[in-house]
Design a protein around this ligand. Structure first.
Ligand SMILES: *Cc1c(COP(=O)(O)O)cnc(C)c1O
Length: 493
């Protein structure tokens, strides 16, 4: 075989230690089945601290709202509820179910922001509990005000969501979105906020752009500042702005592996080396008569500026038309800065385990590894994240029974041609054996339960919360829904 092309996951100490505990992981899968999702609630508390440090460095106040949609876990939500100081940590919910879940997990309404598409039930519960509503449109603001009046509720805080910003004098503008009110129409929103002052309290504005582009986000942030200025001229009293999520995660341990892999992938698609993908799949690229066409549509797995560091760089950006650092402008106006990280707060917060069922070699020499899990349980491929699983041996490794490295395709458990957990050749240090586990690391953000379903009556993964007392105490576990923060020793704030 040619040289293995690894894409090793970045593992921080907690997740690495867990992966290095086969004697703990195997009985869990025996008891609870494959696939199995594991979440690490204490990690999310550490991640919050990473964001808070950036706030402190820029002397900014405001709340870090975890975007709940990244993971359905109860343990993560409850652990966040226990994370202090209370004023700094909250949750962004995007459905009635998520709002109920957050309230039930101990987050009080002052720590919740309700975003996403709303139906009357969702809007009513948000209004009744005085949860801040990121209203999506003038019509939604009107509907909310009507509910407040009809049920004689106290004023509800609102943080209208804006989109489609432009910067005067520059050519950068933000992408279109199906959510939010175009910034050019903010005047109409402010008119309504003034008109309904008895039922809604205009606390500021928000945006969420599904992009990593710093320049685009700087335009949006500045656009919000301009709307807040206008609001103050009208006598409204905005207190801050919410810049949404999209801080990203650095998934790969080694940037050089990523460079090498993408180079070899293009060579393979041009027919200049042995195939690296199933049936010539190109992740958006294709070779045509010796020329590469299309664009590589994968998540940039190696992303050193991600999470808190990305926030830090955004705040240091110069406002495109005001010409001064964004952090300075926020500070001078005494505005709170709110953020809604989803993926970035779930970084290193969990993994997905799948049992190896069968290893088969085709007539063409391809090695197929069938797992007790499918591509909906492990959403990496669907999201274009190319990341190797970690082999968790079923039996203690005997000396000499390791290697040599092999390249394999990972097949799922659905009776469906397309059910491949990887359409690329995945390199492992040795051939897996039935009874081994493959651990997909860092799946807690969107890859764990976002698309899992009961197709073919296959089981969906159970989820367990895993924690330990101290740095190297024994691991403990419970079902995700049984986790409550008092189980964890650390009051770490
Ligand atoms: C999805 C979403 C987020 C989180 O995005 P990430 O990329 O996971 O950080 C934040 N805010 C809103 C409104 C969202 O829809």
């Amino acid at each position: 075989m040619s040289e293995p092309l690894y894409l090793a996951p970045r593992l921080e100490p907690r997740l690495a230690a867990l992966l290095d505990s086969p004697a703990f992981l195997h009985p869990l899968v025996t008891a609870l089945g494959s696939p199995l999702n594991i979440v690490l609630p204490d990690q999310i508390a550490d991640n919050v601290r990473g964001f808070r440090d950036v706030y402190a460095r820029h002397r900014l106040t405001g709340r870090i709202f975890f975007a709940h949609k990244a993971n359905r876990s109860s343990a993560l939500v409850r652990r966040l509820a226990a994370t202090g100081p209370e004023a700094a940590v909250g949750i962004d919910v995007a459905s009635l179910g998520e709002l109920q879940h957050a309230l039930g997990g101990g987050l009080t309404p002052n720590r919740i922001v309700a975003t996403g598409p709303k139906d009357p039930d969702y809007l009513w519960l948000a209004a009744r509990t005085r949860t801040t509503v990121a209203v999506d449109s003038p019509a939604e603001l009107t509907a909310l005000a009507a509910l407040v009046e009809r049920f004689r509720l106290p004023r509800v805080p609102v943080l209208p969501r804006l989109s489609e910003f432009t910067a005067p004098g520059t050519r950068v503008l933000t992408r279109r979105s199906r959510f939010g009110t175009p910034a050019d129409d903010a005047g109409a929103l402010l008119d309504l906020a003034e008109k309904h002052q008895g039922s809604v309290e205009f606390t500021g504005v928000s945006y969420h752009l599904d992009t990593m582009g710093l320049a685009e986000k700087a335009v949006a942030l500045e656009g919000c500042l301009r709307v807040l200025d206008e609001a103050r001229r009208r006598g409204l009293r905005p207190r801050g702005l919410d810049i949404g999520g999209g801080f990203g995660v650095d998934y790969l341990a080694d940037g050089a592996q990523w460079e090498r892999y993408t180079t070899e992938l293009t060579r393979a698609l041009l027919g200049r080396r042995a195939p690296l993908t199933w049936e010539g799949h190109g992740y958006g690229l294709r070779g045509e008569n010796g020329t590469l066409r299309g664009a590589l549509g994968v998540y940039p797995g190696h992303r050193p500026v991600a999470g808190p560091r990305y926030l830090d760089e955004l705040l240091a950006q110069t406002a495109p038309s005001l010409g001064r650092p964004l952090a300075t402008l926020l500070l001078e106006n005494l505005y709170d800065l709110h953020t809604e990280p989803g993926r970035a707060l779930t970084d290193q917060c969990g993994l997905t385990l799948a049992r190896v069922l069968e290893v088969r070699v085709t007539a063409a020499g391809e090695r197929l590894v069938r797992l007790a899990a499918n591509a909906r349980d492990i959403g990496l491929e669907d999201h274009g994240l190319l990341l190797d699983p970690v082999l968790v041996p079923g039996a203690p490794e005997e000396p000499g029974r390791g290697g040599p490295p092999v390249g394999v395709y990972l097949l799922g458990n659905l009776c469906l041609e397309s059910d491949l957990i990887s359409r690329r050749l995945v390199f492992l240090e040795r051939e897996p054996r039935p009874g081994d586990l493959l651990a997909f690391a860092n799946t807690a953000g969107y890859f764990m339960d976002f698309t899992a379903d009961h197709a073919l009556h296959q089981p969906i993964a159970r989820k367990v919360a895993v924690y330990r007392s101290g740095e190297d105490g024994p691991w403990s576990w419970c079902l995700d829904e049984q986790y409550w923060p008092h189980l964890t020793a650390g009051d770490d704030e």
